[in-house]
Design a protein around this ligand. Structure first.
Ligand code: NA7
Length: 561
């Protein structure tokens, strides 16, 4: 194992008392697992993961809805820190399904012996910074308090379910489910009248699968959405061998690309080619399928006229697929530029509307008035339903962090610190919350990137920072206010250079949750650029971070990085 080889024989943790840990990590998904591995097996620290679920997987543990599938290609949706792991695991399909991802994460957890340091079925109810002791006191629903020098949140960006507060919701006598909190035993739709609210990436994946067994599926669409066929298929033996033999090459591409995917964005611009050539390029990309479509021109996300050509192509495809003209018109009534909301990829989404048992309700024309005991009532009529599926997304990027009950220096909570929106330095740290690290936090590329690539970079950066602190006996690290202010400005500046803010109702902006401050949260400057910025910060002596050490005379000194 690349990193495990240095294992626990590495530098020993500073003794902090038997009941005090070096680090508490919250969440056992991709990020928490890797963070545990590096802190425990590379640095030799005493670290524990606290996890709400009874197994590893994080977002993938909870998102078990029908059709749940990743939109990153499987051979890139893996940890790349270990060639051994890469060679031992074999993905079966181009896009991995949820159960296969959970199997993969269990394989990694077992291989690295991680589960022994994961406390499952435990929810963190509060985490308070005790300034006098320079320790985080983490309280759980098991009634215990765990203390640790470092608090690392690995709670994922899309883990806090957003169930809209539609009037009458609790009156419904049938069953209702949110896709992100799906029952482990599954849901039997056979013979049921199902209503699905939401047509984001999740809803678009769920529709064709639910339609297969439901008596009738009524899809309630608020914002029409683009979707590109995934062209999912089993991976051939040749491809699997190629992926195993070209690990370095694939890793290099993922680290070079803007979005951490295993392919690069073409250099050409939309209007560099003729209309005919452009059509051919789009047709070919549509056949190949998936997020590669977005990569065929470099200016799709920057130039509205260029974007229009992709948008028009995708809208025309809806018209070609969907037979009923009224349904096709409603599905193609898309109000935002292509890829300014997360672009879904699908398996038979638009085709599903050609089935007799699927119908679409355009909520822009006939909004939902209330949920009744027996179904959903719009301004036009009432739809009788046995089951309502909320595919209504997440309180993304900040929701799961703000739920943790984090309180920093001087009793200031994270909720108070972020009342006007999240403020971080590099998405990693927050002023007033010393020694707290937020993996893929707001202000980092996170959801605009193939997540494992973003996660590995953040986890490795955090580990290096902690290693430095342990080696140099540093007690605290936190960012400076000017560094945070500059970073927030930079995050806005790079977002404003793209068309991304044009989707005014996107969860990137927090606009899907009533009352949430509208701040563009992910870093849109590209993962490759972000990685370089983080490296440069270190090269400049952790520029923007303040390291402090407590002296024997009980004064605190600033340590030059
Ligand atoms: P998204 O992308 O936030 O989609 C949620 C959908 O639910 C979207 O169509 C919303 O319409 C709709 N929605 C939300 N609230 C309501 C109400 N109150 N009434 C009607 N419709 C509503 O979440 P997903 O789970 O699909 O995807 C999240 C990410 O997971 C995805 O991007 C991938 O990265 C993986 P709206 O657009 O707000 O009008």
């Amino acid at each position: 194992m690349t990193n495990a080889s240095t294992a626990r024989d590495g530098q020993q943790a500073k003794e902090r008392g038997a009941d005090t840990l070096d680090a508490v990590i919250i969440g056992a998904g991709f990020s928490g697992m890797y963070q545990l591995h590096l802190l425990r097996d590379r640095l030799g620290l005493k670290a524990r993961v606290i996890e709400r679920g009874d197994g590893v997987g994080g977002t993938w543990y909870w998102n078990r809805y029908p059709g749940a599938r990743c939109d990153s290609e499987s051979h890139s949706y893996s940890y790349y820190f270990s060639d051994e792991l890469l060679k031992e695991w074999e993905w079966s399909e181009r896009y991995p399904q949820q159960p296969e991802i959970v199997r993969y994460l269990n394989f990694v957890a077992d291989k690295l012996d991680l589960k022994s340091d994961i406390q499952f079925e435990t929810t963190v109810t509060a985490a308070r910074y005790d300034e006098a002791a320079n320790l985080w006191r983490i309280e759980t629903d098991a009634g215990e308090t765990v203390s640790a020098k470092y608090l690392i949140t690995a709670v994922g960006c899309l883990s806090s379910a957003n169930v809209p507060d539609i009037p009458g919701r609790d009156r419904f006598k049938g069953d209702w489910y949110h896709t992100g909190q799906w029952p482990h035993e599954g849901v039997d739709f056979t013979g049921k009248r199902v209503g699905q609210i939401g047509t984001g990436s999740t809803g678009i994946q769920a529709v064709p699968v639910i339609a297969e067994t439901a008596q009738h599926l009524t899809v309630f669409q608020r914002t029409a959405n683009y979707s590109i066929p995934a062209n999912n298929h089993p991976l051939s033996a040749e491809f699997k061998a190629w992926a195993r033999e070209n690990i370095d090459e694939i890793r290099k591409t993922m680290h070079t690309s803007t979005n951490g995917h295993p392919f690069l964005i073409e250099d050409r611009k939309v209007f560099d080619v003729s209309a005919e050539e452009r059509r051919e390029i789009y047709e070919k990309a549509w056949e190949i399928g998936g997020l590669r479509f977005r990569a065929v021109f470099q200016d799709i996300l920057f130039d509205k006229a260029a974007n229009d050509t992709a948008a028009d192509f995708l809208k025309s495809k809806i018209g070609e697929i969907v037979k009923d003209p009224e349904t096709a018109k409603n599905l193609a009534a898309i109000d935002h530029p292509f890829a300014t909301k997360r672009p879904p990829i699908d398996t038979g989404y638009f085709e599903a509307y050609n089935r007799d048992n699927v119908s679409l309700v355009n909520l822009r024309e006939t909004p939902i008035v209330e949920i009744t005991e027996t179904g959903v009532k719009t301004t036009e009529r009432e739809y009788d339903l046995d089951i309502i599926v909320f595919a209504t997304g997440f309180d993304a990027m900040t929701g799961s962090l703000l739920k943790l009950g984090i309180v920093g220096r001087d009793g200031v909570s994270l909720n108070e610190a972020w009342v006007a929106g999240p403020r971080t330095y590099l998405g990693i740290q927050v002023v007033g919350f010393p020694n707290m690290f937020t993996i893929t936090g707001p202000g980092s590329p996170s959801v605009l990137c193939n997540m494992p690539v973003a996660i590995e970079q953040h986890v490795e950066w955090i580990t290096d920072c902690i290693e430095k602190m342990e080696k140099e006996d540093i007690d605290r690290v936190e960012p400076t206010e000017p560094a945070v202010a500059n970073w927030v400005d930079h995050v806005n500046e790079v977002a404003n250079a793209t068309l991304l803010p044009e989707a005014g109702h996107s969860w990137y902006l927090g606009a899907n949750v009533p009352g949430k401050p509208r701040v563009f949260m992910p870093y849109a400057g590209g993962m490759n650029r972000f990685r370089k910025i983080c490296d440069d910060v270190v090269a400049r002596g952790y520029d923007g971070f303040l390291f402090t050490r407590d002296r024997a005379d009980s004064r605190t000194e600033t340590v030059n990085a």
